[in-house]
Design a protein around this ligand. Structure first.
Ligand code: NAD
Length: 496
């Protein structure tokens, strides 16, 4: 099947001079600004240049967000904030194909996935937060102090927005992850400065222009571009009240440390995982294989919650490995803009090189059942891979690969399996595959993970909180959990 036609507006957007988005304006790159090259991972060609923010520009973005927080956004009612978020969702959908194409060109994500998640589910998330804007409230409470002179007491809590939030975003699902942050922040009355990944800033830069057209007031949402230095400047800024970070565990530790050292700035961290899928002896193998293929290899496995470890009851392991390897050999690899393709490229060169190193380790240390090779030719393409570990200590079973690689480990009894499942610093997600719901209910509390799925994996829903335990994070996004993170609770006690 041929690739889809790139829209003329996508070409003209890519050709533009990209800079920062501050106080409602796209700022042209300052003269002498360092430029970040955005590369199409399917072709290895540079498709756009984005200016990195200078220190003065980062300061200007925080100043704009502070002025908006104290001014226009403080005067905007919760109802109006919700209405704006709805219009922002509409604007995304109206330009959905354009945004999806920009996202696929910069990340190698299949066009289906860009349409479904980075446009469709991002709009869903904005509408979800729009609904919350009018429902964020405190409580009334009854103090029990003794009344000395006949006075009475009453108490209440107020939910106040924390202030300016710095959102630091990874490259895998930039628009959707950013919307989980700015949707929550704006619904609560906060303003934001976003720093997209230096590998994939383009879709967010286009989105924020569309939001301005939808009525986003100046300064409420700002974007600055750059790498770790830019992130650190934001974290250390005295006017940043909260840092909302999504990325790797290693960077997350640096972010958390910097936030505490800066001004005891509050922070939430959504980090990596080494997520286990557990196939019990009674599982429906065909359904499990189909489910794991869909979730372990989607976006080339570059999904934080995707299964990377597969623990299979000894008696089913050969059947599972055979069926998975067979299916993986038939996945169609190619351009993410070809609607028939199932595997695109790895999103960027450093990640591609990291995955290739894990392939070398797999060939040396474990048993490669299929894949574990780069695809010849241009682009960061690799074969979808299935590994069988020789020991629970195999590197492929311990470290986050963030690629299209699943490593299988057979187990003999459930005690042993649980020990291996939990023997990891991570705790983002896990799945149980079984027809025995009673057994699943007994195992769920014993699995150390922020989310446990049963007979499914990597299904996220706005109504359900998402986040990690152990080294997979601090805090939750989605559900109502965001309210604690984006508001301060003020207690008021009155005598009358
Ligand atoms: P990363 O940690 O390399 O970068 C994430 C962001 O942090 C980028 O914007 C980067 O520029 C910035 N950054 C880098 N160094 C920094 C520093 N010292 N201070 C401040 N900011 C800094 O992660 P990545 O490679 O972009 O993304 C992949 C990782 O993200 C994987 O580990 C994946 O599991 C994780 N992830 C987690 C979730 C989740 O919700 N838990 C979602 C998506 C991705």
């Amino acid at each position: 099947m041929p690739c889809i036609q790139i829209l003329p507006e996508v070409f003209s957007f890519l050709e533009r001079q990209h800079g920062q988005f501050i106080d409602g304006q796209t700022r042209a790159p300052a003269s002498g600004a360092a430029m970040l090259s955005v590369t199409n991972p399917a072709t290895e060609s540079v498709i756009a240049q984005v200016a990195a923010a200078s220190e003065a520009e980062v300061d200007a973005a925080v100043a704009a967000a502070t002025a908006a927080f104290e001014g226009v956004w403080a005067q905007t009612s919760p109802y109006e904030r919700g209405q704006l978020l709805l219009r922002m969702a509409d604007a995304m959908e109206a330009h959905g194909e354009e945004l999806a194409q920009i996202e696929s060109l910069t990340t190698g994500k299949s066009i289906h996935l860009s349409r479904m998640l980075d446009v469709g589910q991002t709009a869903v998330a904005l509408r979800y937060y729009a609904g919350w804007a009018t429902k964020i409230s405190g409580q009334t409470l009854s103090p029990s102090f003794p009344s000395l002179r006949g006075e009475r007491y009453s108490a209440m809590t107020l939910r106040e927005p924390v202030g300016v939030v710095a959102g630091i975003i990874p490259w895998n699902f930039g628009p959707m992850i950013a919307a989980w942050k700015f949707g929550a922040a704006l619904a609560c009355g906060c303003t934001m400065v976003l720093k997209p990944s230096e590998f994939s800033p383009l879709t967010l830069l286009r989105m924020v222009e569309l939001f301005t057209g939808a009525g986003l007031p100046d300064g409420v949402l700002n974007i600055v571009n750059g790498g770790g230095d830019c992130g650190q400047q934001l974290i250390h800024h005295p006017d940043v009240a909260k840092v909302s970070f999504t990325g790797s565990a290693g960077t997350g530790i640096k972010v958390g440390r910097a936030a505490v050292a800066a001004h005891l700035t509050r922070f939430t961290l959504e980090l990596g995982g080494k997520n286990a899928a557990i196939l019990l002896a009674d599982a429906n193998v065909d359904a499990a294989v189909t489910g794991l293929l869909q979730t372990g290899y989607v976006h080339q496995g570059q999904v934080c919650a995707a299964p990377e470890r597969l623990f299979v009851s000894q008696e089913r392991v050969d059947e599972v490995c055979e069926k998975m390897a067979q299916a993986l050999r038939h996945l169609k690899i190619g351009s993410p803009l070809d609607e028939a393709v199932q595997q695109g490229p790895i999103s960027n060169k450093p990640q591609y090189e990291k995955v290739l190193q894990y392939f070398e380790t797999a060939h040396r240390q474990s048993q490669v059942l299929c894949g574990a090779r780069a695809v010849d030719g241009t682009g960061y393409f690799v074969e979808p891979t299935l590994i069988r570990a020789r020991t629970p200590q195999d590197v492929l079973l311990c470290e986050e690969v963030f690629g299209p690689v699943l490593t299988v480990m057979p187990y003999e009894d459930e005690g042993q399996m649980l020990e291996w499942v939990n023997d990891t610093p991570f705790g983002l997600s896990a799945s149980l595959w079984t027809n025995d719901l009673a057994k699943a209910m007994r195992l769920i509390p014993q699995v150390q993970a922020g989310t446990v799925w049963v007979n499914m994996h990597t299904f996220l829903d706005c109504a359900v909180p998402f986040g990690g335990v152990k080294a997979s994070g601090v805090g939750r996004e989605l559900g109502s959990a965001f309210i604690d993170d984006y508001t301060e609770l003020k207690s008021v006690i009155m005598a009358y």
